[in-house]
Design a binder for this molecule. Structure first.
Ligand code: ADP
Ligand code: MG
Length: 220
């Protein structure tokens, strides 16, 4: 059954310092279902990062609206939305390098208000879910490869079990083989755990692996 989790409806966005007719995004409408993996592609400057900022509630649409779980982002508490409903993965991983893999994940649980006693075990379970051995839990992030760091970042994004995961060029710093492995993780999260996963990319390899591709270049 088709279940829309997020819809972007006729959204336009203009930065404050932009010229009057200079839109970073113009009249974009995309729908995202639960349990599916999406790619958003487009050349540099086509508005991909801007769209993710709007979807993640960091910016508000100039025109149009974004509906999450049948509610407009205009009408909900965006701090709560960001800390409970969406997980974010970045191109440069954005982990704390001097902390261990599990400490990075536990920190995110703490920020989310998780008071459980067994957070380390929860973190290790998440690491195993993304293909990292539990023996990596105590290793400093600095001593992990790029692909391993991105796995930790994905595990961290799952730490509060969000319904949606958004990733801005998550494989931009990785080789093709590692990219494929990371995509397999996202695919599993969508197809086996019913997450809605949205990946911004300009990799054709990524576009081939997802359920649906939206192209921002076709909007300009
Ligand atoms: P992409 O991620 O696809 O490369 P962006 O969303 O970063 O594209 O940028 C889309 C457009 O918005 C570009 O023309 C860019 O110059 C402009 N832009 C991005 N961020 C800002 C900002 N903070 N202030 C003003 N303009 C911005
Ligand atoms: Mg970008």
């Amino acid at each position: 059954m088709k279940e829309i989790l997020l819809s972007v409806k006729n959204v336009s966005y203009r930065y404050n310092d932009a010229e009057e007719d200079e839109y970073a995004l113009r009249d974009v409408s995309f729908e995202f279902e639960k349990g599916k993996l999406y790619a958003i592609k487009g050349r540099s400057g086509s508005g991909k990062t801007t769209l993710l900022s709007l979807i993640s509630g960091l910016e508000r649409c100039s025109e149009g609206e974004i509906i999450f779980d049948n509610k407009s982002l205009k009408d909900i508490n965006l701090d709560k939305y960001r800390s409970n409903d969406i997980g974010i993965v970045f191109q440069s991983y954005n982990l704390l390098p001097f902390m261990s893999a599990s400490e990075n994940i536990i920190l995110s649980m703490d920020i989310n208000g998780n008071k459980d006693k067994n957070k380390k075990e929860q973190a290790i379970k998440l690491m195993e879910k993304v293909g990292l051995k539990s023996s990596y839990a105590n290793r400093r992030v600095l001593r992990l490869s790029g692909g391993e760091q991105q796995r930790v970042a994905i595990a961290r994004s799952l730490s509060y079990n969000p319904k949606m995961i958004i990733a801005d060029e998550p494989t931009g710093n990785l080789d093709k083989k590692t990219e494929t492995e990371i995509l397999e993780i996202f695919k599993k999260l969508a197809h086996e755990e019913d997450k809605c996963v949205i990946i911004v990319t300009h990799s054709e390899n990524v576009c081939k692996m997802v359920d649906k591709v939206y192209d921002l270049d076709k909007k300009k």
